[in-house]
Design a protein around this ligand. Structure first.
Ligand code: GLP
Length: 261
């Protein structure tokens, strides 16, 4: 894992957007995996700025989102589909056909999950997956106890997650109980991933993910096995890390050719 600690989330998101834009410049037909939630909002804002002010084009980029609520249509303002459109897609030049988000209204859920996996494969696999982390260490909607080799499938949300996402639904009782999510096995096959975590309330999950044991009780800890996981933190989210000074030393001493900034 490459752990990068910035003082504030604004700087972390600027760096995250730089990493993504370097990838898009370097590789034609980049396949991005995208996440929702409060955490990546500034990252998407910065990518929109890169597009509008620095000529970053998404014309050849395709995307796969991590998850979606079961029962919400793409037009529902509470859906992740709407979130992506509002916060990124409608501001950039991505082709609508290149956007993939799990279908929360699929009649045949099993077939639709298998098709999602096939589509990722047919696109050549995901080059970089953006991730957040739940307060309980969940990744996408892979709740604690998820199989560490799971694929895209239906999952039941825990009360903790329904509570965390209650605001946009006007109370936790209205949050859908079921979701479609990429599995941990699906995420582990991505070529690289960029996990963002900000604020004190993420500090315990971040510590468990980076320095705790690999366990389904903290699904994000599976990233210790990932071939190329970049973890971008602000100082609050990094506050409980035992090897914090070491991670900072490593980042400061990166060889020139590996630097993004
Ligand atoms: C949600 C999403 C995750 C996200 C996490 C954290 O449940 N499915 O993809 O990373 O919760 O959300 P936030 O960024 O709002 O803290």
């Amino acid at each position: 894992m490459e752990v990068i600690i910035k003082n504030v989330k604004e700087d972390a998101c600027k760096l995250g957007a730089k990493i993504i834009s370097c990838l898009i410049h370097d590789k034609e037909n980049t396949v991005l995996g995208l996440a929702t939630g409060a955490t990546p909002l500034l990252l998407y804002k910065e990518l929109v700025r890169f597009h509008k002010q620095e000529g970053l084009s998404f014309k050849k980029v395709s995307t796969f989102n991590l998850d979606e609520y079961v029962g919400l249509s793409p037009k529902d303002p509470r859906s992740f589909n709407s979130y992506m459109s509002e916060n990124l897609f409608k501001h950039i030049d991505i082709s609508p056909e290149a956007i993939n988000i799990p279908d929360g209204c699929a009649k045949d859920v099993l077939e639709s999950c298998e098709a999602y996996e096939r589509n990722i494969h047919n696109a050549g696999g995901i080059d970089l997956q953006v991730l957040g982390i739940g307060n309980d260490g969940h990744l996408a909607f892979n709740e604690p106890s998820s199989s560490l080799s799971s694929r895209t499938r239906i999952k039941t949300l825990t009360k903790v997650t329904r509570k965390a996402n209650a605001e946009s639904f006007g109370g936790e009782d209205n949050v859908p109980k079921h979701v479609i999510t990429m599995g941990l096995g699906t995420i582990m096959e991505t070529r690289s991933c960029l996990l963002l975590a900000f604020g004190k309330k993420k500090a315990e999950a971040v510590k468990a993910m980076i320095e705790g044991p690999i366990t389904a009780s903290c699904p994000a800890s599976i990233l210790q096995f990932h071939q190329h996981a970049i973890i971008l933190l602000d100082s609050d989210a990094a506050s409980l890390l035992t090897r914090r000074e070491y991670y900072m030393e490593v980042y400061a001493g990166k060889p020139e050719w590996q630097k993004w900034e």
